[in-house]
Design a protein around this ligand. Structure first.
Ligand SMILES: *[C@@H]1O[C@H](CO)[C@@H](O)[C@H](O)[C@H]1NC(C)=O
Ligand SMILES: *[C@@H]1O[C@H](CO)[C@@H](O)[C@H](O)[C@H]1NC(C)=O
Ligand SMILES: *[C@@H]1O[C@H](CO)[C@@H](O)[C@H](O)[C@H]1NC(C)=O
Length: 822
């Protein structure tokens, strides 16, 4: 590439006698960019095509938006890097996630000529966060490192916002340096360096029956770990708890394998970006999405304790971090099972960093062939022995990174192994056995046909039927076909009233649903609010849910559910909902009716208790703020806002983030508890829980959250808020079974932060809040995830106070006898 050559001629630098370096050479901190001069007093510029190029002298970086073929360059007065002892170039950079860029090194045959030749190294793996690349000068094969004229940043693969921080030449001898950058002779040019991926909100934009749903996230945005402690994992009653110890105290002879990840949760890996050590783990965002999934953007597929990666190209990578683990004299390597097609190849990079930071890791790459790995499509155990990585600093293991993956691969549990090692066992989750007791069939008074699907807009009673998402169901040939593609948040409804109907007249009768296909869903009967006014919040007021599969005949053609199993006030019934589908298999329904009795021989299952579904405070004139986890960086502002308002609120917290000490959430919530606020459960890794494949997976989420809250805050709770508000029979039954007396808390006032906080009209959060309050809503959902939402919190509180209602915690507003007095 040629560039504007004015700079090359600008200044000359008379060098004195040279000695080998003792510290890094600062090329530029941009303090003199206004004059187009770098820190060496040499010319620097872009090519004139970047947009908005600015030097940020305080943060020592340059920021710009690249366009096609933009480049940025900095020049030398002919640097003799070999003579001076510099062996690498290092710089922090931030660019669009998944992007790559190229470093061009221009060198001359000698310093007495200005004619130059260009050499290139392309760097992939840009994560979207600031990361430091260290590029060995030897990777510019053929370049004369004793006559470097200039360095260019170019070929930005994504046109977008880029930042380049302080550039330095790395002194091979080390010593104190501007940015404490070191490389070692064993490091190789990286395909990518890992950095903590900051967790971001995946906003959900779905709507549901009466309440719109929002999603929560736990932001874990700190960029590095600096603990020199080793992490060990212990097992307490089947639930993993990660603990930190202050030294790697494991002594010879007591080594047990250390789990890195058992791929127990899709959300942990793709929403929170954590492995089982609660260290960052992620792909580069370029793995290919897999068809027929609810979340078509999900490309890191976790199922049955395995992860499947389908790389888009050879630059795609996936990494999992170790938190600066000390493995010396303890672990011999990292092992894992892999299934991959014959001929699959990949690069396995181990990263270490002497100071336990993550900004300048030493990277050593080996090819799968170097490790003797061959594949044949079956799942086998493979090892990454530390002894094969020459010069590896096993005192400070930061990360393992897989790149150049030539074909789709599936990894099983990854663990540090001792001695010669063997595969880490796939964790066995105890199957949840539900009671199978039955009750006598009853004979009810009445029979009514509700729906035979003759009309697309209404049922046989003349009331509305339809679903949340018209693409997930169809009515034709007198049949309803539903396939929610595993999205457990969507419902289909058939009404028995526009306001309220007293359905107790059918007590002792059964709802009969004739179906084929899957019965992996929930049947619910909805109850309206006491005024039967669907314009008031909440409407529906509540509902109760049962598992279709428990009420099916063995031929899987008919469901019979006693109406008394819907534990609501049936004098205020509105209609039935089919919801909580946790499968991608279709269900086809031909009839919904009320019958007096099930067929002879049908075994009516006993009712399983469900945690009550709550949308509203019950105490007269009460109002409750219930706030879900968000960005730890905004927690302090929430703390001071609620303190200034003199109110008590409820916080629902995600267990995995609570256990991650870098979030500081444990301290935040300890402070909240001490100040009289309520802290309650919000799952361990924030999946849509009704959508989980098994009851064991639901229990894992609940038990881990319960244990995390107990171990960090020393408390337990009877209150649970479902991630995304997702509800169904299975999660409510498991919650009731594991937490006797538990309450399943939804909301009737939604600020819709997920929809408006980052929009051009963030004030719509206030408008929504006001409108829901005007309709009688008194139980809030919001997250401290966005600055605008947190900034509006005082306004939300004023609006709530203006109703004349008293603001309090959720347990207080539900008249819980165990709640503290007001
Ligand atoms: C930037 O580098 C120049 C030249 O080495 C130095 O004088 C200046 O103090 C540095 N500025 C900052 C903000 O570090
Ligand atoms: C059910 O609702 C009706 C109508 O509002 C009310 O009179 C009755 O007390 C309620 N029953 C229960 C058990 O709450
Ligand atoms: C952690 O949270 C506590 C309690 O809110 C607060 O006092 C402290 O300043 C926080 N620490 C950091 C590093 O933010």
């Amino acid at each position: 590439m040629k560039f504007l050559s004015a700079g090359l001629l600008a200044l000359s630098w008379v060098s004195a006698a040279r000695a080998a370096c003792s510290s890094n050479l600062l090329i530029d901190n941009y303090s003199n960019y206004a004059n187009n001069l770098n820190s060496l007093g040499q010319w620097t510029s872009d090519d004139g095509t970047t947009i908005g190029l600015k030097a940020d002298t305080v943060n020592k970086k340059i920021t710009f938006t690249s366009q096609a073929s933009s480049y940025f360059y900095t020049t030398f007065a002919c640097e003799k890097a070999t003579t001076d002892g510099y062996n690498a170039l290092t710089f922090p950079i931030k660019g669009p996630a998944g992007a790559s860029f190229t470093i061009e090194l221009q060198t001359s045959s000698s310093c007495s000529t200005t004619a130059y030749t260009s050499y290139y190294t392309t760097l992939t793996g840009v994560t979207g966060s600031t990361q430091t690349y260290t590029v060995l000068l030897s990777s510019f094969a053929g370049a004369n490192l004793n006559a470097i004229q200039s360095i260019l940043f170019e070929s930005f693969s994504v046109n977008g916002a880029w930042e380049i921080g302080q550039t330095q030449l790395v002194c091979a001898a080390g010593g104190s340096s501007v940015g404490s950058t070191k490389t070692s002779s064993t490091s190789t040019t990286s395909v990518a360096t890992t950095s903590k991926v900051s967790t971001t909100l995946s906003t959900s934009t779905k709507s549901a029956s009466s309440t719109s749903k929002s999603s929560t996230v736990v932001g874990t945005s700190s960029t590095s770990k600096s603990s020199t402690s080793s992490k060990t994992s212990s097992t307490t009653s089947g639930v993993k708890v990660v603990t930190s110890t202050t030294s790697s105290s494991t002594t010879a002879g007591t080594c047990t394998p250390l789990l890195v990840d058992d791929f127990a949760s899709q959300s942990r890996l793709t929403f929170l970006f954590y492995n089982a050590m609660l260290q960052p783990s992620s792909d580069d965002g370029t793995m290919k999405a897999v068809a027929n999934r609810v979340d078509t953007s999900t490309s890191v597929i976790v199922a049955n304790n395995h992860v499947t990666l389908t790389p888009a190209n050879s630059a795609s990578y996936w990494y999992t971090m170790f938190g600066c683990l000390k493995a010396t004299n303890v672990y011999s390597g990292v092992g894992m099972t892999i299934s991959a097609p014959a001929g699959t190849k990949m690069t396995i990079e181990l990263q270490t960093e002497a100071d336990c930071g993550t900004s300048n890791p030493v990277l050593i790459d080996l090819q799968s062939t170097d490790l003797g790995w061959t594949f044949d499509g079956t799942e086998r155990y493979y090892q990454i022995p530390f002894s094969k990585y020459a010069g590896l600093d096993t005192d400070h293991l930061i990360s393992v990174l897989f790149s150049g993956i030539s074909k789709p691969v599936t990894f099983g549990p990854i663990a540090f192994y001792c001695g010669t090692g063997s595969a880490y066992p796939v964790p066995s989750t105890a199957a949840v056995i539900e009671p199978s007791s039955t009750i006598p069939a009853t004979t009810g008074p009445s029979a009514i046909v509700i729906d035979t699907f003759g009309n697309s807009a209404s049922n046989n009673l003349g009331f509305w039927h339809g679903g949340d998402d018209t693409t997930t169901y169809s009515i034709s040939n007198k049949k309803l076909t539903i396939n929610m593609k595993g999205n457990s948040d969507l419902s289909w409804y058939t009404q028995i009233s526009d306001s309220c109907v007293d359905f107790t007249i059918n007590d002792n009768s059964y709802i009969h649903i004739a179906y084929t296909g899957s019965n992996a869903f929930t049947v619910a009967l909805q109850q309206n609010n006491p005024t039967c006014d669907s314009n008031l919040n909440p409407s529906p007021y509540t509902w109760d849910s049962v598992e279709a599969s428990r009420y099916s005949n063995t031929a899987k053609t008919d469901l019979y559910i006693p109406l008394t199993h819907f534990n609501i006030n049936r004098t205020l019934s509105i209609g039935f909902a089919l919801k909580g589908f946790y499968t991608t298999t279709s269900t086809v329904i031909s009839l919904i009716e009320i019958v007096k009795t099930p067929p002879t021989g049908f075994l009516v299952p006993s009712k399983l208790p469900t945690a009550p579904l709550i949308f509203a405070c019950t105490r007269p004139n009460s109002f409750a703020f219930a706030i879900d986890d968000g960005d730890p960086a905004l927690a302090q502002q929430v703390v001071s806002t609620v303190k200034a308002a003199g109110i008590h609120v409820t916080f629902f917290t995600v267990g995995a983030a609570l256990l991650d000490t870098s979030t500081n959430l444990t301290n935040v919530y300890k402070g909240m508890l001490a100040a009289g606020h309520q802290v309650a459960y919000h799952s361990y890794t924030h999946p849509p829980m009704e959508g989980l494949p098994s009851l064991a997976a639901i229990d894992w989420e609940l038990n881990n959250d319960i244990n995390a809250v107990q171990s960090t805050l020393g408390i337990s709770s009877q209150y649970f808020r479902p991630p995304f508000g997702t509800e169904g029979a299975r999660i409510r039954q498991r919650l009731a079974a594991l937490v006797p007396g538990a309450k399943f808390v939804e909301w009737s006032v939604d600020v819709q932060d997920w929809l408006w906080a980052l929009s051009s009209t963030p004030q719509n959060q206030v408008t929504n809040f006001q409108s829901d309050v005007d309709k009688g809503g008194n139980l809030v959902v919001m997250h401290y995830l966005y600055q605008t939402t947190v900034d509006y919190l005082p306004q939300f509180i004023s609006i709530a106070k203006a109703t004349g209602k008293q603001l309090m915690r959720v347990d207080q507003c539900l008249e819980d006898p165990n709640a503290p007095p007001l």
